[in-house]
Design a protein around this ligand. Structure first.
Ligand code: SAM
Length: 448
């Protein structure tokens, strides 16, 4: 890999005697790691653990993930290990057992958001936002597969969150950056690097944090991260947040993780690939001391209506602990959303561009309720309501290609599963079954 000269020079200044081993580490293979979904029954055995993440594991080599049905079922997420340190940043700065309103502002494709969804209690609300529309769709797909009902996906610019002063307890800004920490994994990141781009990134990161700051409540926490080692984007931006925004940078306890390199002037944490088993990463936790409290304002005419009690009764049969949810009609869909956050849902619909909210339980077609794919892969699914069609690997991949399979079961709806993890529904049509796997998510690869 050809590294930019000015990058090499700066690394020598920043890392001194460690620069040689840092540069050598960029020529080694990137570790492969996954984070397991605690809400699904996949328990990998014999794998090394990522020390700062309860459900993080290293794989001995990179498999062809597309050919593993469990990936499509949301049983795990392929995620770089250093960025899983978000778990420590969150757990050490807030009580995750409390109901929290959390915003993941730069969220696609969903590594941090799926992680947050697993770390937060069922009583919390996660708003997962991505400004670029096609990327927001991918984010929604990954969060659907992950299966938590207490999530809203939005497609907004950071400035739009100024309409919600003091709303969030926690805001995560995993900022777009110059990507120096990805040079090893993605050589094109090194080709695209320039000092000019670093300066553009640093200015944009400040803008993003300044834009979202009002949406954080007084006493709230902002977690700032990048995948770069660059001081302009890391330490200097942190300094700027403290001086200009009045933020307090919080110290984290890293005594159990000695290979993490603390920043010098303020509490911020660097991950270097010659020291930690992961890619380059930087993270800092900031506390907002003063600001405006959230006021819900006068309720307007709701933009969504609840479904009839007849429909609610029917769909409740498919949902575990159904009284936790309100059931909303959205076009032909029925959405289950935690009842305790209904007011917030309506407020957010009023102020933001919503891509999806809660779990789509079913579609109503000619008065028939057809269970949705999102329900099949959701943690709210009442499995006992459906006959399970356990598939072998070959048949599971045929199902995920959205091709016809011939199940053994005979019910109107069957829940296709692989290693007891639901993949999606099958619907009886005469003497065959329609494959209800979403067309746009199907595996397109030729499988021998
Ligand atoms: N948090 C994600 C994860 O863990 O999977 C990765 C996020 S990536 C580092 C940064 C994201 O910020 C990208 O999805 C990018 O589209 C988005 N982005 C780019 N420009 C932005 C801007 N001006 N404001 C907010 N987000 C932006």
């Amino acid at each position: 890999m050809k590294l930019p000269e000015s990058f090499i020079k700066r690394i020598h200044t920043d890392l001194g005697t460690e620069a040689g081993s840092f540069l050598a580490s960029l020529e080694t293979e990137s570790p492969v790691s996954i984070r397991v979904n605690p809400a699904k029954n996949f328990n990998p055995e014999g794998l090394d653990r990522v020390v700062w993440c309860e459900n993080g594991f290293y794989l001995p080599e990179r498999p062809l993930f597309t050919l593993d049905p469990l990936l499509h079922a949301g049983a795990y997420y392929v995620q770089e290990a250093s960025s899983m340190f978000l778990e420590q940043a969150l757990k050490q700065s807030v009580d995750v057992n409390q109901p929290l309103k959390v915003l993941d502002l730069c969220a696609a494709p969903g590594g941090k958001s799926t992680h947050l969804a697993s770390l937060l209690s069922e009583e919390s609300l996660l708003v997962s936002n991505e400004v670029i529309r096609p990327r927001a769709k991918i984010l929604a797909e990954n969060l659907t597969k992950w299966g938590n009902p207490n999530v809203i996906v939005t497609n907004n610019d950071p400035t739009d969150f100024q309409r919600l002063p003091g709303f969030f307890d926690v805001v995560v800004v995993d900022a777009p950056c110059s990507g120096e920490g990805l040079f090893r994994k993605d050589h094109s990141a090194a080709d695209e690097w320039s000092e000019e781009n670093v300066n553009l990134c640093a200015a944009r990161q400040k803008r993003i944090v300044a834009d979202v700051w009002d949406a954080l409540k007084p006493g709230g926490i902002l977690i700032y991260s990048t995948c770069t080692y660059n001081r302009h984007e890391d330490e200097e931006n942190l300094q700027w947040m403290v001086q200009e925004m009045g933020a307090e940078a919080l110290e984290l306890d890293i005594s159990a993780f000695r290979d993490i390199a603390p920043a010098q002037e303020l509490p911020g944490y660097h991950f270097y690939p010659h020291k930690t088993r992961g890619e380059g990463f930087f993270i800092a936790v900031l506390k907002k001391d003063v600001g405006q409290e959230y006021r819900s304002g006068k309720p307007k005419k709701p933009a969504l209506a609840k479904v009839s009690t007849t429909i609610q009764k029917e769909v409740s049969l498919w949902v575990e602990n159904p009284v936790r949810f309100d059931y909303w009609a959205f076009q032909e869909q029925v959405l289950a959303f935690p009842a305790r956050w209904s007011g917030e849902l309506l407020a957010l619909i009023d102020k933001l561009s919503i891509v999806q909210a809660g779990t789509e339980v079913c579609e109503i077609k000619a008065k028939n309720l057809i269970p949705s794919h999102a329900l099949a892969v959701s943690s709210i699914l009442k499995k006992a309501a459906f006959s399970i069609e356990e598939l072998d690997l070959k048949t599971a991949l045929t199902y995920l290609k959205k091709e016809e399979i011939k199940p053994v079961g005979t019910d109107q709806y069957l829940l296709a599963a692989y290693r007891q993890t639901p993949l999606g529904f099958l619907k009886r049509a005469g003497n065959r079954y329609n494959n209800l796997y979403p067309k746009e998510w199907r595996i397109r690869m030729d499988i021998k």
